[in-house]
Design a protein around this ligand. Sequence first.
Ligand code: WQD
Length: 338
Amino acid sequence: MKRILVTGGLGFIGSHTVVELQNEGFEVIIIDDLSNSSIGVLERITSITGISPIHENIDLKDPIAIRSFFKKYREIDGVIHFAASKAVGESVEKPLKYYRNNISSLIYLLEEMAENHIEHLIFSSSCTVYGQADKMPITESAPFKTAESPYGNTKQIGENVINDTTKASALKAISLRYFNPIGAHKSAKIGELPVGVPQNLIPFVMQTAIGIREQLSVYGGDYPTSDGTAVRDYIHVVDLAKAHTVAMSRLLNGKNKESFEVFNIGTGKGSTVLEVINAFEEVSNQKLNYKIVDRRAGDIVEAYADTTYANNDLGWQAELSLKDGLASAWKWQQSLVE
Ligand code: WQD
């Protein structure tokens, strides 16, 4: 049984990926310092799969702690690295927190992986590395634009650090550039747990619909799009999780063509904010209270993935729709208040 370390494995995407790894027969060890997740997720994962992953509460900013972890757990076949700070707005206010947490931790992890001859890494990246891409749909060869935030910059730097490391060592890595992850596992036992006022659209929609928030503000109605609101590629978190098991298997089976590969993980379909709202009203059969306000600083107009390379080369395809994502997110939100 292949043994996979998942850092940030109790987080939103991490927990869904742990479930899919276990479904595929991998043994999973989680490192999560609970700074942006809750220990209750561990037993929820277990209740879904019937298998309890090992969990170690380790701060990846502490190289000594990482070293002792790898002395304790030998024979790790691969690492999926989610653990990072990811709030775009916070990263503008606290850049050093983001460079410390997202870059130093990555470097310590890579050093200990090399020390222990662990040669397979999946890196959690983001379409944010493209900024406002010039051409739609966005392919993996679209250039990095100057990052709109320190958070986005840490993803660009992270990819470069890993790429350079693969050139100088036996490391093989795949960076998955996520578009906009939404939804929850069909069991409604795991899902997105935003801390404080949600920054992202879907959690805010759900909290408005359930009555926690008064009204959704739609940031900008004057964009050059079909209905004036911005376009994103909303991908179901379960589809996204499966992309990680496919990518890890690709590396473990030596199917990678380069030592560093990048794949866009999206549906390939763009949706405007108003289309998301309309789709939600259909799946929930209730009206959403919203108003169109000024644009949000730093937002791009449009982003959706060209999924040709992921479909044909990685052999992964999104199967769930925007409505599936919204329906599962709504079921999850309703389970939170029960
Ligand atoms: C989506 C759309 C908003 C909230 C960010 C990060 C990206 C990734 C996903 C981590 C935009 C609009 C939003 C609201 C709104 N995170 N919106 N009202 O900004 O595309 O991407 O999260 O990897 O890196 O940049 O996602 O959900 O914040 O916004 O109208 O209350 O919804 O303007 O058009 P975004 P989002």
